[in-house]
Design a protein around this ligand. Structure first.
Ligand SMILES: C[S@@+](CC[C@H](N)C(=O)[O-])C[C@H]1O[C@@H](n2cnc3c(N)ncnc32)[C@H](O)[C@@H]1O
Length: 342
């Protein structure tokens, strides 16, 4: 008589998945297997550990082991589940955007701290609602920085910019998911450069939206940012002035590409990773353009690559920037550079 195959249960499929991922050298293989099983079964971790003997149907097991094979072949877990948590919020991620990283949460912390300190200096002691604040996120990707700030500052207006139209589409969906669309605009722009209006315009005229694409969440090109509550231009040159500019620009050096994990090198968008041969090349333009678009007293918050500080900090010249500060991440790496426009 043929021996009967043991039924597939949660405990046995997890054990088999751990072994397959470990053999493939997948980092954090236990966590990856758990997340993929949660995804395949549409269950949370508590359920999985409370039901180790629960039988898994053949189609579910097939689906799960299909995901495990793709993970073993190098696809990031987040591309398989389509999501990543950041700042306590769940973000959709696709291969068009960088997967939000935990160290980027320091950008949010520094931005909120510096805004709060500014309020206190101005003698305002109300909880910070963001009333009247205009905040730009340059290189928004999934929208994680802009959306986390929009959630933390429920009355602020957010401008999410990216050179990648595909990334902006993901950011718009994330803004919809988190209910902040009514306070967000999405610009396709090379850093902040496309915010310049190519011709002077009257206070009530529209800036020429081309070549800059301006979108709201509904994905329709939206040609009138002035109707969105952006202040009218003082000079007739550009209507855009910000209280805070945050950015996590691409900062990996192409010469470091071989040192990246395969998940990153082969699956995350090059445009989100590489800042140039050295990595820090985009900061000079980003800082110069931020000086132009920040209001006096406006705050700049930049995420840094692990070795970017020596190249980037000197770009904050004392005639333009004050109160320069460096914040380390949990690994002790200088991760966020922030300053105030004088
Ligand atoms: C490191 S990712 C950061 C994404 C997201 N802000 C985050 O923190 O997860 C950099 C982002 O900048 C965008 N980017 C690259 N070059 C750019 C440029 N010249 N102007 C605007 N955005 C750019 C990329 O498309 C990518 O979405």
């Amino acid at each position: 008589m043929k021996p009967q195959a043991a039924p597939l249960v949660v405990r046995s499929v997890l054990r088999e998945a751990f072994a397959q991922l470990r053999a493939a050298g997948v980092p954090s293989h236990t966590l990856a297997a758990e997340l993929l099983l949660m995804h395949a079964l549409a269950r949370d971790r508590t359920w999985i550990y409370a039901h180790p003997e629960e039988e898994i149907s053949a189609p579910n097991a097939e689906r799960f082991f299909g995901l495990i094979s793709r993970r073993a072949a190098g696809e990031p877990t987040q591309h398989l589940t389509g999501k990543q948590e950041f700042w306590g919020l769940e973000f959709e991620v696709t291969p068009d955007v960088l997967i939000p990283r935990p160290e980027t949460e320091h950008v949010i912390e520094v931005a909120l701290d510096r805004l709060a300190v500014r309020e206190i200096r101005a003698g305002r002691r109300q909880p910070l609602s963001g009333e009247g604040l205009r905040i730009a996120d340059v290189g928004t990707g999934s929208g994680c920085i802009a959306i986390a700030l929009a959630k933390a500052l429920p009355r602020a207006t957010l401008f999410a910019m990216d050179i990648s139209e595909a990334a902006l589409a993901v950011a718009r969906r994330n803004a919809e998911r988190h209910g902040v669309c009514d306070r967000m605009l999405f610009f396709q722009s090379n850093l902040l450069e496309d915010l310049s209006v190519p011709r002077p315009h009257a206070a009530n005229a529209l800036p020429n939206p081309s070549p800059t694409a301006i979108y709201r969440c509904d994905a329709l090109p939206h040609g009138n940012p002035l109707s969105f509550g952006v202040p009218q231009p003082a000079t007739g040159h550009s209507p855009f002035r910000f209280d805070l500019i945050a950015s996590n620009p691409p900062y990996v050096g192409r010469r470091e590409a071989a040192t990246l994990m395969r998940e990153v090198r082969e699956h995350e968008p090059e445009i989100a990773l590489y800042g140039g041969e050295e990595g820090y090349e985009l900061y000079a333009d980003l800082i110069a353009q931020s000086a132009k678009y920040l209001l006096p007293g406006g705050i700049l918050v930049l995420e840094l690559g692990h070795n970017s500080l020596p190249a980037v900090q000197p770009l904050l010249d004392a005639s333009t920037w004050t109160k320069v500060n460096v914040t380390n991440d949990l690994a002790g790496i200088p991760r966020v550079l922030s300053a105030e426009r004088s």
